[in-house]
Design a protein around this ligand. Structure first.
Ligand SMILES: [Cu+2]
Length: 356
């Protein structure tokens, strides 16, 4: 590795010396070589290349929309999600509108005002009015977007304690997720990595009475229509709890607790009936059955059909198995959720089983 780096450094040093010698050559008052000066033919070629490049980037944009326009997320499964979607839509429309026009003008001007031996450029020092216009318009647009974004963010991040949110801890470690429910008192027991021992993998303090009824699970169940306040922790490195279908993401930072709250509004079952999801799942299963044909031909196991589920995934490249760091989320009715939770053993039960 060191040898490789040394070689890279030598090569880069060589390139910089070569580039510098070129700059010195070009900077000489009397150019020794006329081939460095662009002719009208060169200028024409570059002008047309500019227009060609413009056509290429427009073409690329259209093709990208055509090919991948349908890989977007379905409608949001959470209450605040539509606010994020609107913010995103407005920002994207603005970016696209401005981007398409400025790129067009930039390349067209490079073409139409390309170098010409006969024509001379007008010397035009400055224009206050013009500078005012092109400064004030971006200022107003950007300030508007930023203020709109800030209001949306504050609105989403502000958790009203009167809402009585369900408290759930999301615990990240290389490379899996665990969730901890506060139990009957809806209060999480204190926890610390130093207390991790045996079955107590989240380091919940056994001396804290709040922690005795905590329930640690590997599948996240959420009751529909109730606000959930997630408390994120990480055991090792930076992870990020990303729940795309709910438009939620928060970093999990070792040594501190971060939080994010949202109210799920669409159950897993309802989302499976969503037209967009039905189409998506059918498409995935078509691809899977095609692959299965090849697999069975090679006497390997066929792929199982895919069924839609909400997921919690890690959105920080945290190590070798980062890609597979995920947990299933099930949004269900309050009754189903309660029935499921009742079946999960509490920490006290788990610990006493371990000591038997
Ligand atoms: Cu991770």
């Amino acid at each position: 590795m060191t040898a490789f780096l040394v070689v890279i450094v030598i090569i880069l040093f060589g390139i910089s010396v070569w580039q510098m010698s070129r700059i010195f050559k070009l900077a000489q008052t009397k150019p020794t070589l006329n081939s460095e000066i662009a002719t009208d033919k060169d200028n024409n070629t570059h002008g047309y290349l500019m227009m060609g490049f413009l056509a290429f980037i427009y073409f690329l944009t259209i093709v990208s929309f055509w090919l991948w326009g349908d890989v977007l997320l379905p409608e949001s499964g959470s209450e605040h999600g539509s606010k994020i979607d609107t913010l995103m839509l407005i920002t994207m429309i603005l970016i696209f509108f401005v981007g398409i026009i400025t790129q067009g003008v930039l390349h067209y001007f490079a073409f139409i005002y390309r170098g010409n031996k006969v024509k001379r450029a007008t010397f035009y020092a400055d224009n206050d009015k013009l500078e005012f216009i092109w400064t004030i318009i971006p200022v107003i647009t950007l300030a508007g977007l930023i203020i709109y974004g800030l209001f949306t963010w504050t609105d989403i991040m502000n958790v009203d304690k009167d809402d009585d949110p369900l408290i759930v801890e999301l615990y990240a470690q290389q490379f899996n997720w665990k969730a901890r429910y506060g139990g009957n008192d809806n209060t999480l027991g204190d926890a610390n990595v130093r207390l991790i021992q045996g079955i107590n993998q989240l380091g919940v303090d056994p001396a804290d009475p709040n922690g005795q009824d905590d329930k640690i699970v590997t599948e996240l169940h959420l009751p529909v229509g109730r606000k959930v306040l997630f408390k994120m922790r990480s055991q090792d490195v930076l992870h990020s709890a990303y729940m795309p279908h709910f438009r939620a993401q928060m970093n999990c930072v070792p040594g501190m607790v971060t939080q994010f709250a949202f109210t799920p509004t669409v159950t897993s079952e309802e989302m499976r009936q969503n037209d967009y999801i039905v189409e998506k799942v059918a498409n995935i299963n078509n691809i899977r059955s095609e692959k299965s044909k090849a697999l069975t031909a090679a006497r390997e196991e066929a792929l199982e059909p895919y069924e839609f589920d909400y997921v919690l995934i890690c959105n920080k490249i945290c190590g070798i198995s980062h890609y597979n760091m995920q947990m299933k989320i099930i949004v269900e009715s309050e009754e189903d959720y309660k029935a499921w939770l009742a079946k999960q053993p509490s920490l006290a039960e788990q610990l006493s089983n371990e000591n038997k």
